[in-house]
Each structure stands twice: as structure tokens, then as C-alpha cells.
Design a protein around this ligand. Structure first.
Ligand SMILES: NC(=O)c1ccc[n+]([C@@H]2O[C@H](COP(=O)([O-])OP(=O)(O)OC[C@H]3O[C@@H](n4cnc5c(N)ncnc54)[C@H](OP(=O)(O)O)[C@@H]3O)[C@@H](O)[C@H]2O)c1
Length: 278
């Protein structure tokens, strides 16, 4: 049996191309821009190619390397074409950031089965499609980072997001199994679990949809405070994972919005000052 090589003696290659799904908006776009600023060649994938192209152009103008490639994760052929075009443009993929996702404000019995199935396609099955095409070559090369954007709905499920919660729980099942399968291959499998983040997600929902949703989440004690994350804040967690040196595996990061700082009303009362004594 060959002696395992201590991973701390391994180093990242100097050129580490990254592919990012869901790169036309929110966390995926912020991750692509952040990785490009660190010198990674970046492939931006999403259906809205015009937005990805504009972002890639901006990265290139700033001295980085980026291209946009159309991607619909629900379409097997599109995923194949995306992966092939990405590799042809930037070379072997060292980093996969899976951020494409969608959410519906809909209950279990209020979601028709076809819509529910489509949500699984976007949030779970599409991720698996991509993994089967990109990760085997990483295993061959004995290195690579796979970063999955999951959600805090895994630790704190929310009502009236049934298909989303189901898909993200399924995704975390995939991640857990895959992380064990990849142990000792050199491929690091990591999870980023953001809390509420200001992005395109839910941005188009009407107040009549949002108000009862928030009321229900309040009823279940799921709204600790009204702080929100920025997409850049979540992208920083992605960057921390992929820039960790070989020998270090940041397996999972929960990214929560920092609570608004409370007034100092709960500080111990200064009795002497209150009574005027000295
Ligand atoms: N926002 C939050 O509060 C929050 C919290 C926890 C986790 N997350 C997770 O963060 C990830 C990114 O979401 P976001 O908040 O950044 O939302 P967003 O701004 O709406 O971005 C979603 C991205 O997914 C892409 N996408 C959707 N369907 C796709 C498809 N069929 N094929 C390829 N790309 C597709 C969209 O691009 P196109 O429409 O151009 O295809 C878009 O780029 C998701 O996995 C989400 O579950 C978000």
C-alpha cells in the first residue's frame, strides 16, 4: 500500500481556474468577482448571459481573467456544454462554486407536484449534474475545491418554503456523503450556509406574499433580528475556503447577519450615580 502524502507538503498550483454557477446575480456574482480579484480565472454561468458577459467584461477591464458561458442547470445538455466550454477557455477546473438556486414562497400542500419537481431540478439535481462532470478530473489531479452554497434553512427550516427546504436538505445529504467519499482524494468539499442575504432572491415578491411569510416566521421564532447579509459578505466565506492552504479544510461555514448593535440599556445600573451618592 502506498504511503499517503502529508497534505501540508502539497501546494495549490499558481493558476486555479474557478467556475461559478448562478453568477448573474447575488452570491454567485459576488463570489465570481471576489475570486477574480484574487487572481483566479473565472467562468460565470447562468441563464442571463448578458449580465454574466457584462460582469466578465468588468473583471477583464480591471485586469482579471473571466468569461461568461450560458448555463441552465436543469438542462443536462446545457450543463455538459457549459463544462466543456469552461475547460476549453480556462483549462482544468480547480474550483467549483455552486450557487445557482431558486426559492418559492409556497407551502407543501400549496405547491403543485410539477413545480415542486422543478425546484428539485434547480436546487439539487442540477448541482449533482455538474458535480459528475467536474469532480472526476479533480480526483484524478488529487486536488480541487467544491463549494456548495446551502442555506440556514437546513439548521432552521422555515414554513412556506417547502420545496426549497426539501432541496437544501437533500443537497446537504449529498454534501455529507460526498465529503466522506472524497476524503483522502485531495478534493475538499465545503458548505457555505448563509442566513438572510440581500440578493435577487425573493426581491420580486409582492408585499401580500412577504408579510404573512414574515409573520409566520416570527410565530416560529425564526426572526432573531432584522439584520441582513450582503452578497459580498457571503463571497468572503467562499474566498476563505478556497484560499485555505493545502492541509487545511474549511468544511462548513455558517454565515449569519450580524445583529444590529443594541443600546447599552442592559448594562449594570450605577446606583451611586442614580442616588447622587459619592
Ligand atoms: N438570498 C438569501 O437570503 C439566501 C440565503 C441562504 C442561501 N441562499 C442561496 O444562495 C444561492 C444564490 O442565491 P442568491 O441569494 O444569490 O439569489 P439570486 O440573486 O436570485 O441568484 C440566483 C442565481 O441562480 C441562477 N439560477 C437560477 N436558476 C438557474 C438555472 N436553472 N440554471 C442556472 N442558473 C440558475 C440565477 O441566474 P439566472 O436567472 O440568470 O439563470 C442567479 O444567478 C442559492 O443557492 C440560494 O439558495 C440565499
Amino acid at each position: 500500500m502506498p504511503t499517503p502524502r502529508p497534505s501540508e507538503t502539497l501546494a495549490h498550483p499558481t493558476r486555479r481556474p474557478a467556475i461559478v454557477t448562478g453568477a448573474s446575480s447575488g452570491i454567485g456574482l459576488a463570489a465570481a468577482v471576489h475570486l477574480a480579484s484574487l487572481g483566479h480565472p473565472v467562468v460565470l454561468g447562468a441563464r442571463r448571459t448578458d449580465i454574466c458577459e457584462a460582469a466578465a467584461q468588468k473583471i477583464t477591464d480591471a485586469g482579471g481573467e473571466a468569461i461568461a458561458v450560458p448555463l441552465d442547470v436543469t438542462d443536462a445538455r446545457s450543463v455538459e456544454e457549459f463544462t466543456a466550454a469552461a475547460e476549453a477557455a480556462v483549462g482544468p477546473v480547480e474550483i467549483l462554486v455552486s450557487s445557482a438556486g431558486d426559492v418559492l414562497p409556497s407551502s407543501t400542500i400549496g405547491t403543485d407536484p410539477e413545480t415542486f419537481r422543478h425546484q428539485m431540478e434547480v436546487n439539487l439535481l442540477g448541482v449533482h449534474r455538474l458535480v459528475t462532470l467536474v469532480v472526476p478530473a479533480m480526483v484524478e489531479r488529487q486536488r480541487g475545491d467544491v463549494v456548495f452554497i446551502s442555506s440556514d434553512v437546513v439548521s432552521r427550516p422555515r414554513p412556506n418554503m417547502s420545496s426549497y427546504v426539501t432541496a437544501k436538505w437533500g443537497l446537504e445529504g449529498l454534501i455529507h456523503a460526498m465529503r466522506m467519499e472524497m476524503e483522502g482524494t485531495g478534493v475538499r468539499v465545503s458548505t457555505v450556509r448563509p442566513g438572510p442575504t440581500v440578493t435577487g432572491m425573493g426581491a420580486g415578491w409582492d408585499l401580500e406574499v412577504v408579510a404573512p411569510l414574515l409573520e409566520e416566521w416570527n410565530r416560529w421564532g425564526l426572526m432573531r433580528h432584522d439584520g441582513y447579509l450582503s452578497a459580498d459578505g457571503v463571497a468572503a466565506a467562499v474566498a476563505a475556503i478556497v484560499t485555505a492552504p493545502r492541509g487545511t479544510h474549511l468544511a462548513a461555514i455558517d454565515v449569519l447577519p450580524e445583529a444590529p448593535v443594541r443600546p447599552r440599556s442592559n448594562e449594570p445600573v450605577d446606583r451611586a450615580r442614580e442616588t447622587g451618592a459619592n
